[in-house]
Design a protein around this ligand. Sequence first.
Ligand code: ATP
Length: 304
Amino acid sequence: MIAHLRLKAYGKINLALDVLGRKPDGYHEVRMVMQTVGLHDRIDLYRTREPGIRLETNLFYLPDNEQNLAYRAAALLFEEFGIKEGLSIRLRKFIPVSAGMAGGSTDAAAVLYGVNRMFGLELTLQELMERGVKLGADIPYCIMRGTALSEGIGEKLTRLPAIPQCQVLIAKPGISVSTKTVYESLDAMDLKPEDHPDIDGMIEEIRKKDLYAVAGKFGNVLERVTAGRYPVIGQIEDLMKEQGAVNAMMSGSGPTVFGLFTNPAAARKAYQVLRYGEGSGLAKQVYLTNFFNIGKSTAGRPRR
Ligand code: ATP
């Protein structure tokens, strides 16, 4: 019997993000190239004698009830499988919140995975993804992880080859944006064909394993909305490029900006500049990480 599971819930960045339209049910049809990064939350799951689900987080402003996606993920499986025992979830957040890095979705994905193992539900990853999408469009991808093309509302996933490893500098300005509001603003905009990223072109470069060419195809249709409203996003991108980033862009609906570096020393220097130097007024949270690729590492496997 598994009494305790320790999990890592990894964040993501979007190397490309396109919105194809809005469906009558309000969901948006998207086409996105997703990449998991090493920056992760930590989740401990403990089986308890006392029935029910309890959640404790290290951030006072995050909900510790059904409002939290991690809680909701456990509740979904508890209800479906009539689990009578108890579960205590300890969540320590490191992924910036409301940042465009799927922080909540990846916590939910890890809890689905963990509860499945802990209580011997024997659901396949595909079956977990089908349950995950009911809670959030990015959850199936957070279960899959690695490099992938995400289509539909996020439930149609195609694995892509791993991109050559590099340093990923992540900087979140001290603003929070609502994903819902960004999509609403995009709906009101008149987009031209050239506003859409060349996702097929990026996939071709990924298959060729050419990091520079992949970075040359960066594009995020939501950047027009968020970066238009907050010039600090463009300023962080410019600073990262000045510091030697191959390219820099906003992730998801923002406001987090990421830059890819092939030179570790330049990446460390850029980190210092944003954290303590002349860029310290631009970003509130700064992290230096890399790509998390499936099959390359045992990180993230649960420890009993
Ligand atoms: P996405 O990239 O999918 O748009 P995001 O990074 O913009 O996600 P999150 O950090 O996942 O945003 O979630 C932001 C909102 O969701 C906050 O209002 C927060 O209170 C709520 N939330 C619920 N559960 C969580 C969780 N486990 N971690 C972070 N936020 C959560």
